[in-house]
Design a protein around this ligand. Sequence first.
Ligand code: FAD
Length: 332
Amino acid sequence: MNMDDYRGVWVFIEQNEGVIASVSLELLGAGRRLADKRGVPLAGVLVGHGVQPLASKVIQYGANIVYLYDDLIFKDYRTETYMRAIIECSEKHKPEVILYGATSTGKDLASAVATDLATGLTADSTILDVNEENGLLEASRPAFGGNIMATILCKNHRPQMATVRSKVMKSLAPDKSRVGEIIEESVALQESDLRTKVLEIVRVATPKIRLDEADIIVAGGKGLGSQKGFDLIHEFAGKIGAMVGASRDVVEAGWIEHDHQVGQTGVTVLPKIYFAIGISGAIQHIVGMQNSGLIIAINKDPEAPIFQSCHYGIVGDAFEIVPMLMEAFEKA
Ligand code: FAD
């Protein structure tokens, strides 16, 4: 393999029923930064049926090129059809990097493509950088139960690939004046060549809450002491129009459902304001909320690690501090 033949940064544009996944827009922002650092083009690979109208949006969000696979065979996501598109496109145009959202589709597709192309894949990345000289992608992710950040390199294979968590990269503001090239591509696949058929799509009930879309989150931890103590979090959140978040220990104690869990094995959030109340600040929690605009921690232990990761820290008993805050908000 001559690695110098590979040039350009790509983003797999995940779409569902004609709506581009927000993580793909975030990756166009991240991809733009990497491509600019390398001085190479950024491309979006858009696969689906009836998705042609989305191509201009991909350009508005930062791509120079859109490789468009618009065919009935791509109507529903199937690993074997989508991987064919990415593999053939990659073999033809040779990108140095391909990024995917760390969604169930992105994870499924990226691992199948990586296996077929015999290249490396960093899963669940939260930080991306690139060496501007040699194009080596530096994809970092929490490892060893979140105790360290591992930077994973793919030195001898191309394309380098990574799946990236949603809400950790920032999308660019769409720019309607941005121009780009749309290149229509196709794969020689017949339905009869395929081993899978989509018989029915069963929609899972949408989660009751979308913590990852909240502007304000009041999150509570084991320091609240009991399910009854955790009611203070609901009350405070209700007063200020926030959504309720929780640490894993709270979820495991059964005080609240898993939809509310913030962190490595929960949701990654990006609110404007994040209150961490009675939460110790374990790394597995921090990785899920560290990019919040303003982090306010309340903990009675002045040595609690959460105080290393907040903008404002209040040392004190939640059952004294939170009522005082609620009173102050009521007066304001
Ligand atoms: P604790 O660690 O028990 O902390 C309670 C805190 O409350 C303490 O700091 C204490 O000083 C304070 N406190 C006590 N009483 C009061 C009071 N009255 N007022 C104010 N403060 C008080 N955790 C997550 O949150 N999210 C994850 O996604 C996640 N994923 C994980 C994945 C793996 C593989 C592993 C190994 C762990 C994971 N964890 C996760 C668990 C994580 O390591 C911690 O155990 C967990 O975050 C601790 O929860 P906590 O802060 O609520 O509880």
